[in-house]
Design a protein around this ligand. Structure first.
Ligand code: SF4
Ligand code: SF4
Length: 417
């Protein structure tokens, strides 16, 4: 695993051209030099040369990054800001510890027992009508009630699992599906959709028991010990003789990209093998002879938001759009700045709520301007960022993954046959 000092040559390559200012969503909101890559590299240069020391103040500057990689597209020196800032956070954590709020979030997601308890509590909240009561209260509270509305939206199940009649012969492919902790413990809608769509197309995906959170939020907080612990658990539960490791959440998909560098020897080889077999569901469905019912349509106007972890970490942008445009009845509208970060970015929305909300609001305005009534994305964190923006504009839109819309089409076909 690379340390901050391993990036020193790369940091020195910053020519201070300032091109990163034009694209950084955090800089756009703050106008502060310390929030953009150039400013952070100046600070890190100071640390590497011994002129500045890590401190809680430096940690606050390091927190001011979404890890969205937007600056990569414009940086003439090709500097990997996301990796460098993550390494700097890890180093600062060793000296000054992790912010209490981040520590609490990581603590919740690092144990499956706590996640099961969370699932149990959420089920009570959903099934006893408490969610409904809290929603009504939130409407009355106005601005103060927004966090409850955003929270409630994350629990809305668009797709209930239903065994559908297959439309394709069994393929015999060995596929493991990694649903991530949101799919397993918080909202199983996108997970149900993936399983149903795969089954309809002749693929019985395995979901190993006891999978952990992918750990991406621990990584972005610079808690590499937790990230490594979760990675090791996940790697040990998945056999490497599979054909595909399917992910639907963009964050989970990119976690698999980072797993190999955490280990050496056999574990590194297994992690590398699994990473090479990992594939985002939109890309997977783009490769197969996907079943699309002919006599049924979803009459919806839809737009698509690119999760940073899908577009700039896994280079998947065309496939979800192609999938949406294959669905009969969908009127697809491209929004402005579709690949601009939604503002959620793991723990960023909790640690820097003001800036996060401003970024989410821009995203929501672009969604409204597109004229779409459904906004699709392929990331559970982006669903939070988009909901946050929509709630702040006092607008209701359905937020779903492209696969959830395809599953809806299959369900509609089954119900009308
Ligand atoms: S990764 Fe994103 S938030 Fe961070 S400095 Fe680059 S553009 Fe700004
Ligand atoms: S675009 Fe790259 S080289 Fe230019 S100031 Fe930003 S980080 Fe430095």
């Amino acid at each position: 695993m690379k340390q901050l000092k391993d990036y020193s040559e790369e940091i020195y390559k910053c020519t201070k051209c300032g091109f990163c200012q034009a694209v950084c969503p955090v800089y756009r909101e703050t106008g502060l030099e310390t929030t953009v890559s150039r400013g952070k590299f100046t600070l890190l240069h100071g640390i590497l040369t011994g002129k500045v020391e890590f401190s809680s103040k430096i940690a606050k500057y390091l927190d001011m990054c979404l890890g969205c990689k937007a600056c990569y597209d414009f940086c003439p020196s090709g500097i990997s800001a996301e990796e460098i800032i993550t390494a700097a956070r890890a180093e600062n954590n060793k000296l000054n510890g992790i912010n209490l709020l981040k520590r609490f979030i990581i603590w919740c997601f690092k144990s499956n027992m706590r996640l099961r308890l969370l699932k149990f509590t959420l089920n009570i909240y959903k099934k006893t009508g408490l969610r409904h009561i809290a929603g009504k209260l939130a409407d009355k509270l106005g601005k103060l009630g927004e966090p409850i509305s955003i929270f409630n939206l994350q629990l809305k199940e668009n797709i209930e699992y239903k065994k559908l009649g297959p439309a394709r012969e069994k393929t015999g492919l060995k596929v493991v599906y990694f649903p991530g902790c949101i799919g397993n413990y918080v909202n199983s809608s996108a997970k149900n959709a993936v399983v149903m769509v795969l089954e309809k197309n002749g693929i019985e995906a395995q979901i190993p028991e006891n999978l952990s959170c992918c750990g991406i939020s621990s990584r972005s907080a610079g808690d590499m010990d937790t990230f490594k612990m979760l990675a090791e658990k996940n790697i040990s539960l998945i056999p490497d003789d599979i054909d595909y490791l399917v992910t639907d959440c963009a964050s989970c998909g990119s976690a698999w990209e980072f797993y190999p560098e955490l280990f050496e020897g056999g574990l590194n080889q297994k992690a590398q093998k699994l990473y090479e077999k990992s594939i985002n569901i939109n890309k997977f469905l783009d490769r197969i002879d996907l079943y699309i019912p002919e006599n049924i349509a979803l009459e919806k106007t839809v737009t698509y938001h690119d999760p940073c972890h899908l577009a700039r970490f896994q280079y998947v942008t065309k496939e979800p759009r192609r999938l949406l445009q294959k669905i009969p009845g969908i009127d697809y509208r491209e929004m402005q700045e579709a690949d601009k970060c939604c503002g959620a970015a793991g723990t960023f929305c909790i640690v820097k709520p003001g800036i996060s909300q401003a970024i989410s609001k821009n995203k929501a305005q672009n969604i409204l301007d597109s004229g779409a009534d459904v906004v699709c994305t392929s990331c559970s964190a982006c669903k939070i960022g988009i909901s946050q923006g929509l709630v702040s504009l006092n607008t209701k839109k359905q937020v779903a993954s492209p696969v959830e819309l395809l599953a809806r089409l299959y369900i509609q076909e089954e119900n009308t046959s």
